[in-house]
Design a protein around this ligand. Sequence first.
Ligand code: ATP
Ligand code: MG
Length: 567
Amino acid sequence: MRFSRAYIPTVKEAPNEATLPSHIFLTRAGFIAHIASGLYNYLPLGKRVIRKIENIINEEMARAGCEEVELAFVTPAELWQESGRIEKFGKELLRFRDRKENLFVLGPTHEEMMVSIVRNRVSSYKQLPLNLYQIKTKFRDEARPRFGLMRAREFIMKDGYSFHATVEDMNREFDAMEAAYKRILDRLGLEYRIVEADSGAIGGSGSKELMVLAESGEDTLAVCDTCAYGANIEAAVRAPKSAPSEAPVAEFNRFKTPGIKSIADLSAFFHVDPYYTLKCVAKRAVYEEGSKIVLFFLRGSDELQKVKAQNAAKALEIVDVGEEELSEAGLHVGFIGPLDLKGFTCIFDEALRCATSMICGANEVDYHFVGVDLGALGEENRFADLSEVKEGDGCPRCSGTLSYTKGIEVGHIFKLGTTYSKVLKAEFLNEKGQAEPFVMGTYGMGVSRLVAAVIEQHHDEKGCRWTRATAPYTLNILVSNVKDEAQNDLGELLYAQFIKAGVEVIFDDRKERFGFKMNDAELIGFPFTLIIGKGLEQGTVELYVRESGEKLEIPVAEAFACVMERL
Ligand code: ATP
Ligand code: MG
């Protein structure tokens, strides 16, 4: 490509609302153009990067025995009603009616559609397993589209779905997909971590996320310093905690605790570690049919993890409740306890099973109980893992210590089991001739988010630093002064040579100043720029390596071979 003919609208100004380097540089370097909230046009350079990522995905999917399909973007709402997800997905689902008043949704993901493809067509275990995927535009009416391609409303996803006769076979495929996803990220040149994940609204059992490590990542990961354990904070677990100090000795008793509402005040008042106090976090759990107050109890030394709480309450969403609302419901903030508390859903953290010597609210203003034995609460109480893992907690797998790191979720693989096939009545006949629902897996990868993730991990203050596999062009030949015949001729010669050698090369033949063209080269971030400038008089050219910042002087005669060797 000749730069003078290319459409690469680079600009100096960053978009107003942009905070992330990928958002700023992809816009400034002319890869993408903003249209409206969460909507972007991909310009030629952006499209090239996407195509490169897609090619790698396609190659690895083929290697893993998957087949590509392409499903309709517009999907009939009936399918979503059948699966029950029309409510679960809520406002993220964009719905509309056609001229005959039929209701449709723009596909945010394609489980339902993919099930409908095999339903009634694949009838025997002999036709299984199957792994079908597509790379396709998705639409989700995200509540807060932001960060450019990172969280858009319209975005490109690779979504794959596998169908199996047995759980064992699904597990085998899940591992194969994890391996394929690893190969994709390795080839893209990214540093990443695979972590245990929360299974969220889609449902199913095991799930893992592929996280590109970057400071700007929206996800917090808890990772072990010794073994390979890593988990999204939403799903992270820790080794059981040992008591920090000896348990306070006290008979069961009611104590006057005037104005003592917080855990800090309570532990200071009784001179006990917060570990021995009971924390109550009241939230409003939202369901399809309505909402209610749910009380979550934890040790005072622990914090509630919102996603865990939402899962434990089986709610669509968990929202904060005000003190006034709680008072109206008859609860006294700062003094809520589980004893003699009628009419509320209470969920206890696992770390409280059989906890003794506890101090908790007495459900009366200015009173607490001491010497409480939670084991005596009875078996009907619900326990769940509610607490958030903290840095310094013990690893659940080994004797190592957990710490936090930030990641960008670029992929998510799920063991779905029969969640969808059951509700959508998608069945096959097993070896005994009995009908059974398909056992399924689903595998998503954010293609357009990957474009942003590459830049989050590979940039500097000047602009993008594309990895070899993702760069729109690997090599940029920059002629410093196109009016200089010798420089221009050498540029043309090398350009032709590199094209012939199959190198993805762009030739900056624009009639612009050297500094201007160099700024563009750095902003766009080609891995290599071959500069033909003044040095030519002494018989040399310069190779600029974007990732390391090195500048190498090379004799003209060796220029071609030297660059080829580096590629
Ligand atoms: P998130 O937690 O970031 O909202 P998700 O759990 O909703 O993601 P999935 O439904 O598992 O995502 O979708 C598969 C992949 O699609 C994600 O791993 C991510 O890379 C990508 N993706 C999801 N939502 C968006 C979005 N709004 N913009 C760009 N990519 C997205
Ligand atoms: Mg989402």
